[in-house]
Design a protein around this ligand. Structure first.
Ligand SMILES: [Zn+2]
Ligand SMILES: [Zn+2]
Length: 321
């Protein structure tokens, strides 16, 4: 097993780029950085690295055990690297999509969306509880195909490194061909937005083509036309690190505890914001309500009698970004 983690080599570059972006922000966009928020982001990164050291070995042990049952032995052939990288990115798309569409995975992934700012330090907000959710099982098909667990881990590391630079407002658009194929700051700003139009869109890691293929792509509108509100629908409103890390686990366990027996599993597995009594909103419900408002606003200036007020606040309780 090669003892090589590309992410640890990239950390000095991450820190240097955060500092450069901070200087840029002082000059061009003073609201982009908020010291407390940046500190929480850095601690998120540190804690996630420690959690990875403690729990990552468990995932690797599962992969090594599963590798014994592989269908083919691909080995360390040169051509296996690009194939593994692309398939690992496809895996990332799906694990990330479940991260938003099933509360069990969202409880962990919400960590990454917990900041109301969008800058390079936001990229360091990585989950502490990822291995606990068993999300790594999404990579088992690759292991069973015969890709070496070490190769999959290294590809995953480079995938994470790629995703660092897209967390910025300093870059508006990349060249058209690049925007068409690759995940970019513009595409990923959409992913971090809570605007109803943008909810649960652009799950890509490296290649945006997966969102185009699977129907979850949304292009960014000009920001002066549609300013982005970053974060989660019900913002944390707190710089308490441990609350930011565990708040959704606490919320979910509380809901499961209080729910009638036949609904307990739904609170664990269904989409964030789902409730058995309809008292909350999922992202699909928020989007549908917004679309209805848009239709009223453009085609029917006066809502029909008895209709709910058109400008109902868009924030619903505890919802996904
Ligand atoms: Zn996400
Ligand atoms: Zn992100």
């Amino acid at each position: 097993m090669p003892d090589f983690d590309p992410v640890s080599y990239a950390i000095p570059a991450f820190v240097a780029l955060v500092l450069i972006e901070m200087l840029w922000a002082r000059w061009r966009s003073p609201q982009a950085y908020e010291p407390k928020d940046t500190l929480v982001s850095l601690l998120f990164g540190l804690g996630s690295t420690i959690a990875g050291l403690l729990l990552g070995g468990f995932a690797l042990a599962v992969f090594i055990a599963a590798y014994e049952f592989r269908l083919f032995t691909i080995g360390w052939e040169w051509w296996a690297w690009p194939v593994c990288f692309v398939l690992d990115d496809l895996k990332y798309y799906w694990v990330h999509r479940f991260g938003h569409r099933s509360r069990w995975f969202w409880a962990s992934h919400v960590n990454h969306h917990s900041s109301q700012h969008y800058n390079l330090s936001t990229a360091l907000r990585q989950t502490w509880t990822g291995a606990f959710t068993l999300g790594f099982a999404f990579a088992l098909p690759l292991v069973l195909l015969g890709f070496h667990p070490g190769m999959i881990a290294i590809c995953g590391g480079f995938n994470l490194i790629y995703q660092f630079w897209i967390h910025t407002e300093a870059i508006d658009r990349m060249p058209r061909w690049f925007e068409a194929v690759m995940n970019t700051p513009s595409h990923h700003r959409v992913h971090h937005a809570t605007n109803p139009r943008y909810l649960d869109r652009n799950y890509a890691g490296v290649f945006i083509v997966w969102d185009r293929m699977f129907g979850t792509f949304e292009p960014e509108r000009p920001r002066e036309e549609e300013p982005i509100r970053y974060g989660i629908v019900k913002q944390l409103g707190s710089f308490n690190l441990l609350w930011a890390v565990f708040h959704e686990w606490v919320g979910m366990l509380g809901d499961i505890w209080r729910a009638p027996w036949k609904h307990k599993l739904s609170y664990l597995l269904r989409e964030p914001g789902w409730s058995h009594d309809g008292s909350r909103e999922t992202s699909d419900m928020i989007r549908a309500r917004w679309q209805e408002q848009q239709a009223h606003g453009t085609q029917e200036p006066v809502p029909p009698e008895g209709a709910p007020p058109a400008q109902k606040p868009i924030a619903g309780p505890r919802r996904a970004a």
